[in-house]
Ligand binder design. Structure first.
Ligand code: ZN
Ligand code: ZN
Length: 182
């Protein structure tokens, strides 16, 4: 990587606690200093190919290597180890196509938490609410977190934070359940 590339990405975007890799990559790519062409040349230079777009969809097989994360982290200005924390722990089963959301958490801080995708998570422990996986108004599934720029349903435009009244109270078994809540 040349020094001139590093200059493009001198602004470090701080990740939030438990922010998922998909949400973080989306935020990172939408920064003004990051253009589509620079992402393309970044991909080529780092030989990450389509890895970044797979990670946005939580396609994590093969799991990212520490070398890939260190290369990407160097460009983003954060440690490869910190990037790794935005992925599920290796071996933790996750939901890939069904994106989930606790609107109460989102209202407090608008980002997607990695643990919502764990198959072992059926509810938000903090708010004792079951997670939503589709818009309660139009029933469209939630978009991948990389596309959560507006915090709204992509079809009916309902705000994520106003979906909270549709979240059901979690019962004890939800907090231990391993299946997707319905
Ligand atoms: Zn919550
Ligand atoms: Zn909707």
């Amino acid at each position: 990587m040349s020094d001139s590339t590093a200059e493009y990405f001198s602004v470090v975007l701080q990740p939030d606690e438990d922010e998922s890799i998909s949400h973080y990559l989306g935020r990172w790519k939408r920064q003004e200093v990051v253009s589509l062409s620079s992402i393309g040349s970044l991909s080529r230079q780092l030989k990450l190919g389509t890895a970044m777009s797979r990670w946005e969809k939580f396609y994590l097989n093969p799991f990212p290597t520490l070398k890939q994360l260190e290369q990407l982290g160097k460009v983003m200005g954060i440690e490869g180890d910190r990037l790794l924390l935005m992925f599920p722990p290796k071996g933790e089963p996750i939901n890939v196509r069904i994106i989930r959301l606790c609107c109460a958490c989102y209202d407090e801080a608008p980002y997607h938490r990695m643990k919502w995708q764990f198959q072992s998570t059926a509810a938000c422990e903090k708010h004792q609410l079951r997670l939503l996986y589709k818009c309660p108004n139009c029933e469209v599934h939630l978009p991948i977190p990389a596309e959560w720029e507006s915090g709204r349903c992509r079809k009916c435009q309902m705000l994520f934070r106003s979906m909270i009244k549709h979240q059901k109270t979690a019962r004890t078994y939800d907090l231990m359940d391993t299946s997707v809540s319905t």
